[in-house]
Write a protein that binds this ligand. Structure first.
Ligand code: MTE
Ligand code: MO
Length: 521
């Protein structure tokens, strides 16, 4: 009885291993093949992207709140775990009955294929890597399941030199060989994709033209004199990144174009060269994400170089009745921006430069939108390729169809950056500092409150423009030892106080006064 039990559990792992290795062969082969078809054809990326597109608002909100900008890494890991479990199951079934295991693989491949085929801009050809990968995976599964079965049915007498032990070693050797081959082929495919795609190299070599209308130099004193307050201009590598793109789109400027159409007198297409030759504007604009929680860090300030959207629309001449521009990216994301906001005198840009360099790939290379005063999800389309002049009642953007507000003006916000929550600071003089923003309205006043006492005016750092955030600081002269609470609130440039009412990010942005506790020692 005992030996029977042991044999049964012992013979389970070869099936699981066979399934997992077969899955590695499947994805490795598909990755290599995808190098010839483009990132849209990568099965895992397509599955992940489809999952993201079906993510309900509360789950997106939870993922960003919990994992922040690591949300994609977490998704990849979770997908890997699920894939390994399903692959192990397929291997177990294949060991029992080949048709069951193979059937599961085919069903899963059909699901993967459906994800690939329904991605924005996908063609039937993009299915080729999935089909090739499935064939290779099935062959690997067949081979390994056969070897495992041969080992199991061989006589076990004779210790390490028994036919069974020899069979096991053959099985393990094949599994190791196939796993190694899958890794090499998959890695090779990734490298090849990088080489075949010119975007990275073109970006490196690109020299941006000077702005016809440069940004006014930053006034002295935009940076609050408190160590630990964020940089007034966010360096590109530190700039927050939020998007639905699992794989960063790699768009070669030579092939890029922007179609302008819809309710306009004149439809036309812009090429990258047109932008390079146009009269460009440079402006500091602070970008914030609607998913940012009170006190959160999904905000950044950069110097953008771009072509005014006002000019694009002046050429297109919108028809009466139009009230919205639906901008769409190469990967299918879209944003609904009020037409009048893009036509007034603010620096709403088709940006090609960020802090003196071409847009980083993950920030929308070669062209994105930047619009002062609106959250990114309704205005800041990266990898933008299409502008349709339309009406809010006729079209809905990506996040609007997922429970978020169609319009997203930025709410006045302020946060405490120093001291950090739960920090321990020495008694005496304690400096508090942070940032406030109300893009396109500006910040006119900031107050802090200590231990629920009276509100006191903070010092405001210099203002660069109403479109950028503004720093503040306050020195608490006689901080006594103990636990303390600090709170901040701001007024926008129109004299309106930031609301105390607490709201979550869904559906149109978080609100409430940022509060934290720290300890004076
Ligand atoms: N193509 C594309 N553009 C996009 C998004 C996206 O998911 N896809 N997300 C938007 C959101 S929600 C925000 S907050 C900003 C963030 O821009 P950043 O990543 O450069 O900071 O990009 C916007 N543009
Ligand atoms: Mo966002």
């Amino acid at each position: 009885m005992e030996t029977v039990e042991r044999r049964r559990t012992a013979s389970r792992w070869p099936g699981v291993l066979a399934g997992v290795v077969a899955a590695a062969v499947l994805f490795g082969t598909a990755q290599l093949a995808a190098a010839f078809f483009g990132p849209a054809a990568m099965p895992l990326a397509a599955v992940g992207s489809t999952f993201i597109d079906f993510t309900p608002p509360w789950l997106k909100d939870f993922a960003i709140a919990t994992f922040g900008t690591a949300d994609k890494l977490v998704l990849f890991i979770a997908m890997g775990v699920v894939a390994a479990l399903l692959a192990g199951l397929a291997g177990l079934l294949a060991r029992r009955r080949w048709s069951l295991g193979a059937g599961l693989v085919v069903v899963l491949s059909v699901v993967i294929g459906a994800c690939v085929a329904t991605r924005s801009g996908a063609s039937a050809l993009d299915l080729v890597p999935t089909v090739l990968g499935t064939a290779a995976g099935l062959a690997a599964l067949r081979l390994l399941a056969g070897r495992a079965a041969a080992a199991d049915s061989a006589p076990a007498d004779g210790g390490p030199e028994s036919s069974q032990a020899v069979g096991r070693r053959r099985f393990l050797a094949s599994a190791a060989l196939l796993a190694g081959a899958a890794a090499v082929v998959g890695a090779g495919g990734s490298v090849l994709s990088g080489v075949r795609n010119a975007a990275r190299a073109v970006r490196e070599a690109l020299r941006l033209p000077a702005a016809a209308s440069p940004a006014a130099p930053l006034p002295a004193g935009v940076q609050a004199p408190v160590p630990g307050v964020v940089d007034f201009v966010t360096p590109n590598p530190q700039f927050y990144r939020i998007d639905t793109a699992l794989i960063v789109p790699e768009v070669d400027p030579a092939g890029w174009s922007l179609r302008v159409h819809g309710m306009v007198e004149e439809e036309f297409t812009l090429r990258f060269q047109d932008l390079l030759e146009a009269e460009l504007t440079e402006a500091y604009v602070t970008l914030t994400c609607v998913s940012n929680v009170v006190g959160g860090d999904l905000a950044g300030n950069a110097k953008w170089l771009g072509y005014p959207l006002r000019q694009v629309l002046a050429r297109a001449k919108p028809l009466p009745g139009a009230d919205m521009v639906l901008s769409t990216s190469i990967d299918g994301f879209s944003a609904s921006t009020p037409l009048d906001v893009l036509q007034d005198d603010r620096d709403a840009l088709l940006a090609i430069g960020m802090n003196g360099e071409p847009l980083p790939l993950e920030h929308g290379f070669p062209v994105r939108m930047v619009v002062p005063g609106l959250y990114g999800y309704v205005s800041a389309t990266k990898w933008v390729v299409d502008l349709e002049v339309t009406r809010f009642q006729d079209k809905a953007a990506y996040w609007t169809t997922r429970g978020w507000s169609a319009r997203g003006p930025v709410k006045t916000a302020s946060r405490i950056e120093v001291p950090r929550p739960l920090a321990r600071v020495p008694a005496g003089r304690v400096a508090l500092g942070g940032t406030a923003w109300a893009q396109h309205r500006g910040i006119s006043r900031v107050q802090v409150q200590l231990d629920n006492g009276g509100w006191r005016d903070a010092e405001l750092a210099a203002e660069a423009s109403v479109d950028t955030w503004r720093q503040w600081f306050y020195v608490w002269e006689d901080a006594r030892p103990g636990s303390h609470q600090a709170r901040v609130r701001a007024w926008d440039g129109r004299g309106e106080l930031q609301t105390a009412e607490q709201a979550p990010p869904v559906p149109d942005g978080a609100s409430g006064w940022h509060t934290l506790t720290f300890t004076v020692e």
